[in-house]
Design a protein around this ligand. Structure first.
Ligand SMILES: [Fe+2]
Ligand SMILES: [Fe+2]
Length: 477
């Protein structure tokens, strides 16, 4: 099954938590800011109205004073009233930019304190902000050529309209600062909390990483006897403990498997040894009546194994040759003694009976479950074939003859030449080699002859060690 490629656990946690936390801060910060903004605006406007009411109260008390003394029509007192209201207005100014303007019903300026003098712009501004039915007006926009906000109200006793205004930027100046600081604070909090979350998630993941790294080490090195240390008593610790249980089980299972494999290997060795012993017995049985000796069967196995090795065959093949080649003449057990043990020359009929040993050997060994015996069958039927096709039983030629048969044919003749037989004495090693070389490409496979000659030292060593007592040396005497 294909593994789905996904981000790591900590990356996924961070990708989920940080937007949620930072987003919550920003949204709640934004909403809170909005309400604060509205609240402050309301308070500022309220302040403006409060100033207006204060001025109205002062005007009203001054006017009442004139009424009580019946001086309301005296122009000097009225001028004095105007100055008093103007002075009071000046005391109400707190900051640069504040401006209190009073105009009469003909749009003439009664007084102007705090800012620019009257001009056409001012007249337009007043016309643009007519009084409402309630007798007042909120100003928010261009007034006297500047961006202002303010409050205008009508003084019915004097027939004046008074505008108390402030520059928009100074009126809301504090609010801008508050907004700026508030935004910085919200962003700072969002960043700090995100950093804290990153730190916390990383720190929380550390035990898991340690456990995974330990597990990795154990699995990579197959050290199932090692244990992961459960650092914490939580889910990670639980994971470590479960892994330990599993590796404990694996450790025991592997130990059992090793024991089984060891026993199996021992059993194989035992079976192989028994098989070899049986093959040895079989070879000796085949040579029991034969004038050839038990040592002959053993030596041809060794020579054949040597040639197989020199050919570059596998170790299995050269080993198989060691045990299969000695069975080449097993079919001789089916040949009557009169022919088998005859010392004189055989007549044609006797010869054909004698040659039948290859068929008997083949029939006895073929179809066995043992690879060695099956190879023995092939060797039995083909070891008297000759390279030039003059051999028996099938007259096979060249490489049509199975290579095991070709090898056996060569070493069988060589061993017969170098050992004493009832009908002949042993040849010298050199004579035998010369004979073999002479029969190359006639009786024997030339490639095999060449390999055999190339390995003469080892051939000689086998003959020296396993030769019959009356072989080469006796032949030399
Ligand atoms: Fe034979
Ligand atoms: Fe033989």
């Amino acid at each position: 099954m294909d593994k789905k490629h996904v981000l790591g656990l900590s990356a996924r946690l961070l990708l989920f938590i940080i937007p949620v936390i930072a987003g919550s801060f920003l949204v709640s910060g934004f909403l809170t800011g909005l309400f604060v903004d509205r609240g402050i605006k309301k308070a500022m406007n309220r302040l403006m109205v409060y100033k207006a009411e204060d001025l109205m109260r002062h005007t009203s008390s001054q006017w009442n004073l004139l009424l009580e003394n019946n001086l309301q029509d005296d122009s000097a007192y009225r001028e004095s009233l105007r100055r008093s209201i103007r002075s009071y207005s000046i005391t109400m100014l707190r900051e640069d930019g504040e401006w209190i303007l009073a105009v009469d019903e003909e749009m003439n300026i009664v007084f102007s304190v705090g800012a620019s003098d009257a001009d056409e712009l001012l007249r337009e501004s007043i016309l643009d902000n007519p009084l409402l039915e309630s007798g007042d007006v909120w100003i928010d926009g261009s007034f006297g050529g500047e961006e202002r906000i303010g409050y205008g109200f009508f003084l019915p006793t004097l027939g004046w309209t008074v505008y108390i205004t402030d520059l928009r930027r100074s009126f809301f100046g504090d609010l801008s600062y508050i907004r700026l600081y508030y935004t910085i604070m919200v962003l700072f909090t969002a960043i700090v909390s995100s950093l804290f979350i990153i730190f916390y998630v990383r720190r929380s993941m550390r035990p898991l990483r340690t456990v995974i790294s330990d597990m990795h080490g154990i699995v990579q090195n197959r050290n199932f006897e090692n244990r992961v240390i459960p650092v914490q008593n939580d889910e990670v610790g639980e994971l470590a403990r479960e892994f330990n249980l599993m590796s404990d089980y694996l450790d025991r299972a592997m130990a059992r498997l090793k024991n089984i494999a060891h026993s199996e290997a021992e059993a194989r060795i035992e079976i192989r040894n028994r098989e070899r012993e049986t093959l040895d017995v079989l070879s000796r049985v085949s040579g029991h009546k034969d004038p050839e000796t038990a040592r002959h069967t053993s030596r041809v196995g060794m020579y054949a194994s040597l040639i197989s090795e020199l050919r570059g065959d596998s170790l299995e093949e050269s080993d198989l040759m060691r045990w299969a080649v000695p069975l080449h003449d097993i079919g001789k057990v089916g040949i009557p003694d009169a022919i088998l043990l005859k010392t004189g020359a055989l007549n044609a009929k006797e010869r054909s009976v004698m040659e039948f040993h290859v068929n008997i050997g083949y029939e006895v060994l073929k179809g066995s479950a043992s690879p060695v015996l099956r190879a023995g069958a092939d060797i039995a039927i083909s070891h008297h074939e000759r390279w030039d096709g003059s051999g028996y039983p099938d007259g096979l030629k060249g490489k049509d003859i199975p290579v095991r048969g070709r090898i056996t044919g060569l070493v069988d003749v060589f061993d017969a030449l170098t050992t004493t037989r009832p009908y002949k004495k042993a040849w010298t090693f050199e004579q035998a080699i010369e004979f073999i070389q002479g029969k190359s490409s006639i009786e024997f496979d030339p490639e095999l002859v060449e390999l055999f000659i190339g390995g003469l030292d080892r051939v000689r060593a086998i003959l020296d060690e396993y030769g019959d007592d009356d072989t080469v040396e006796s032949a030399l005497t």
